[in-house]
Design a protein around this ligand. Structure first.
Ligand code: AR6
Length: 187
């Protein structure tokens, strides 16, 4: 599987954060933190959430039980247990309900608050799945735009070495590869 990379330094050599589009299973990424597209119980589910819990093992849900859930748009961190990632940042994306229910701002909150936790803990490499674009049905293109714009805005202080957009299919990767250079050019 090819792992296309687009780096901000190609476009803005003075910038400190590298933005990467990657294709594959986020549970395989040896980064400081992977982000989980969870539900408000934080006790596991389907999609990427199920894959992360399966790969991390039962200690992950045990720690999640101590967190008292999480509101939509917010984020909470745990250890990574059997994952190659050191931490998991669990965030709860909005369910798409037509777009008039604050979905965009809530999705932006997922990226902002996840990166806020990563910054607090001095984590440098973070991988995101395309939050809300599966079971929660958020349309992929606006979701990718929000993911990219919010992550760029939150990285301006140079707190992160690399932000990876982990895409689970060729179509999603192609979308990020199209939108990311445009957003980087606008910075
Ligand atoms: N690695 C990377 N991305 C993945 C993986 C993986 N292993 N598996 C799926 N994706 P979804 P949501 C992509 O449905 O829409 C759960 O039940 C997938 O192709 O995982 O936020 C939770 O508990 C899609 O692009 O999350 C919640 O109840 C993206 O990850 C609910 O689903 C998000 O799809 C959350 O729904």
């Amino acid at each position: 599987m090819s792992v296309p990379e687009i780096t901000r330094s190609d476009l803005a050599p003075d910038a400190k954060t590298r933005f990467t589009v990657a294709l594959g299973d986020i549970t395989k990424f040896p980064v400081d933190a992977i982000v989980n597209a969870a539900n408000s119980s934080l006790l596991g589910g389907g999609g990427v959430d199920g894959a992360i819990h399966r790969a991390a093992g039962p200690d992950l849900v045990a720690e999640c039980r101590t967190l008292n859930g999480c509101k939509t748009g917010q984020a909470k961190m745990t250890g990574g247990y059997r994952l190659p990632a050191r931490h998991v940042i669990h965030t709860v994306g909005p369910v798409w309900n037509g777009g008039d229910h604050g979905e965009e701002e809530l999705l932006a909150g997922c990226y902002r608050n996840s990166l806020g936790i990563a910054r607090q803990h001095q984590l440098k490499t973070i991988a995101f799945p395309a939050i809300s674009t599966g079971i929660y049905r958020f349309p992929a293109e606006p979701a990718a735009g929000i993911a990219i714009r919010t992550s760029l805005a939150e990285s301006r202080d140079g707190a992160f070495e690399e932000v990876i957009f982990c895409c689970f299919g060729e179509e999603m990767a192609a979308l990020y590869e199209r939108l990311l250079p445009q957003a980087l050019a606008d910075v």
